[in-house]
Design a protein around this ligand. Structure first.
Ligand code: ZN
Ligand code: ZN
Length: 347
């Protein structure tokens, strides 16, 4: 391993969820925040009366182990299933606990998955069933997640959000005795997806245990093709569970993006998505601000406006020289060679 790689900060990332009764989410929120602060863990936890759903990242193996141990002890779940990956990119900037009515949004909060496992297939069983049986396989994720990677032969419901899933199933008229296989990123959406399918009269329904992340870990480059979209700064995971080298997030609309452009306003390079690459002004610019300026003054060049967190990102990526950056009409952020920033107000 090169010296450069050895010195690179690495993050240990884990995804986990559990449906269980939580009487006092506010208290749990405080306890998690305190512990995450102590262990320098960053990430997002969705918390509610029906349980928790989270992806977190720790800066060392030691704090990673302590965090997972804390979660198991705190919720009294010695066998909680963690789906782990590693990243040289910080997946999160801070630790946040959001209290929600549902820990995965379906629009039906009273739908609570039963204790124990309800028709889960391990990655190995999943492969066997796909090979040997006549099944209908459905991707329960959103259209843009499907687009950058999915299982060979999976149906795409083409939905904007998971709350549209029940209606999609209704509209398909699939025979009720058909064997149905459903999957999502880490398994949690399918816990409710199964209940919905059972409610609609499908008995022979199975979900991929631990979702795509768990599958790729055991069977990279097999039945899952492409990359797996994740909801953090890694954007997507490749077949080695490493952050995507291919996709960014489109600065105009927030979808995965892969088309490299050079901004006509500020000359910087950016990845924009296929949809925006067909729209005037957006197709030629790196940001909402440049698109706006370019539209007003098509022939004029100007500096890129960067928000402070992007400066942090540039520093993390090892940028030695970061130019003076205009933040707004009233403020300028300058960066010195040590990467220290200074905000100056303009009179
Ligand atoms: Zn876009
Ligand atoms: Zn630009």
């Amino acid at each position: 391993m090169s010296e450069e790689l050895q010195n690179t900060q690495k993050y240990y990332v884990t995804t986990f969820y559990k449906f269980l009764r939580l009487d006092d989410p506010e208290k749990v929120q405080k306890d998690l925040e305190n512990k995450a602060d102590e262990l320098n863990v960053k990430g997002l936890v969705i918390l509610g009366h029906e349980g928790f759903n989270s992806t977190c990242a720790a800066p060392s193996l030691e704090s990673f182990a302590l965090w997972k141990k804390f979660i198991c002890t705190y919720f009294d779940l010695p066998n909680l299933f963690f789906k782990d990956s590693e990243s040289i990119k910080a997946p999160f900037r801070r630790f946040k606990v959001k209290i929600r009515e549902e820990i995965v949004t379906t629009g039906i909060p009273e739908m609570m998955p039963p204790e124990g496992k309800n028709h889960h297939l391990s990655p190995e069983e999943w492969n066997r069933v796909l090979k040997e049986e006549d099944v209908v396989m459905i991707d329960t994720r959103n259209w843009y997640e499907y687009k950058i990677g999915t299982f060979k032969g999976a149906l795409n419901p083409n939905i904007e959000k998971f709350t549209d899933f029940p209606q999609y199933i209704e509209s398909q008229g699939i025979s009720k005795d058909k064997k149905m296989l459903i999957f999502c990123t880490g398994g949690i959406r399918c816990e409710k997806g199964i209940l919905e399918l059972q409610k609609q009269g499908y008995e022979n329904v199975y979900q991929l245990e631990g979702g795509i992340i768990n599958y790729i870990k055991e069977f990279p480059n097999e039945q899952f093709e492409g990359e797996c979209f994740v909801f953090d700064h890694r954007v997507a995971l490749d077949q080695n569970l490493q952050p995507s080298q291919k996709y960014g997030l489109c600065p105009h609309c927030g979808q995965p993006s892969e088309i490299k452009i050079e901004c006509k306003r500020c000359d910087s390079e950016e990845l924009i998505c296929v949809e925006c690459s067909e729209l005037e002004f957006k197709k030629d610019t790196c940001s909402k601000n440049c698109a706006h300026q370019y539209m007003l003054h098509p022939g004029k060049k100007g500096p890129k406006q960067i928000v402070p967190f992007e400066i942090e990102k540039l520093k993390n990526e090892g940028a030695v020289e970061i130019p003076t950056i205009r933040v707004s009409k009233t403020k300028v952020v300058t960066v010195n060679s040590k990467g220290e920033t200074e905000t100056v107000s303009l009179k």
